[in-house]
Design a protein around this ligand. Structure first.
Ligand code: PEP
Ligand code: MN
Length: 308
């Protein structure tokens, strides 16, 4: 894998690397990058109205400024799509996990859950971020989100990247665990060359031979934070210790390290009943652990002149 060269900065990624052209990345009222730390918190997947309202209330109380909830999930295997399940608050039994929805059926279910997510964000004054999987969803999702997340699987989905150049809303671009910073900045340059400058990048770990953890395939790349500052100093860097570690008991330590290393914010999975989260139950934090972490973030931020 190649590292970033002088030639890259001159010829391949000159726009994203400019140190002197200010960049404004704003999701709703939340400024991303700069003095204030940005905490995006919420469940891996929106399970129902009550669930997302309860989580939004709790994370707001603890100091989060954005609500993050997945609706369309990029599933590794085709079984157990959350969109095929009845909303949790209906109290209905789970349906056959082998059900595969058509795109039309999936959108109907998704739009209902985006509605829950949007309402919860509005009620608690949290900007909303959610993952997008398809280019033809940009306009459909726009009313429901303040920021589009591009997951690691879609980092090179050029249909999606180009479609996102057509929205005014900002993008959170995750780096694939097998890809270099150079490639990530290449994708950013595709935004830049089309005049889209309101994006942030997200670190969610890199692939290594071993991870200290049988369930994980990634180790959080803390060094990417100063490297981004060096090469593309105006691009905000958000850290996702939840997906990087895949392990609840590692999330707080990696969050502390990420903010201490100069990260602009965190993406943290939070759930009222973490062990029973529909998706990613190994890594979500409960409300008490999240509250404690936010206290630590305030303390670390203070030392570094950053507010929360
Ligand atoms: C997620 O944020 O829920 C997610 C699936 O992320 P990633 O693309 O990093 O796996
Ligand atoms: Mn998840």
């Amino acid at each position: 894998m190649k590292d970033i060269t002088k030639n890259d900065i001159l010829n391949n990624i000159p726009l994203v690397c400019r140190p002197d052209v200010p960049r404004e990345v704003k999701a709703g009222n939340v400024k991303i990058g700069g003095e204030g730390l940005v905490i995006m918190a919420g469940p891996c997947t929106v399970e129902g109205r009550e669930q997302i309202h309860e989580i939004a209330h709790a994370v707001k109380e603890s100091g989060a400024n954005m609500l993050r909830g997945g609706v369309f999930k990029p599933l590794t295997f085709p079984y157990g799509d959350p969109l095929a399940q009845p909303d949790a608050d209906l109290g209905l039994p789970a349906v056959d996990r082998t059900i595969v929805l058509s795109p039309e059926e999936a959108w109907v279910a998704a739009e209902r859950r985006y509605g829950f997510l949007r309402d919860a964000g509005d009620k608690y004054g949290l900007a909303v971020v959610s993952e997008i999987l398809r280019a033809d969803h940009v306009k459909k999702m726009e009313p429901y989100v303040d920021m589009f997340q591009v997951g690691y699987r879609h980092m090179f989905n050029m249909d999606l990247i180009l479609a996102l150049c057509e929205t005014e809303k900002p993008v959170l671009l995750k780096r694939h665990y097998g890809e270099s910073l150079r490639s990530l900045l290449g994708v950013c340059e595709h935004f830049e060359v089309r005049g889209k400058r309101n994006f942030a990048v997200c670190e969610r770990g890199v692939s290594v031979p071993h991870t200290h953890n049988v369930d994980s395939r990634a180790v959080l790349d803390i060094q990417a934070i100063p490297a981004m500052r060096e090469y593309a100093p105006t691009v905000p860097v958000i850290i996702d210790p939840s997906h990087a570690t895949f392990k609840r008991s590692y999330v707080a330590a990696m969050s502390r390290a990420a903010i201490a290393a100069g990260g602009d914010g965190l993406l943290i999975e939070v759930h009222a009943d973490p062990e029973n989260a529909w998706v990613d139950p190994l890594q979500a934090l409960g409300f008490a652990a999240f509250g404690e972490l936010m206290g630590e973030m305030r303390a670390i931020g203070k030392v570094l002149g950053r507010t929360l």
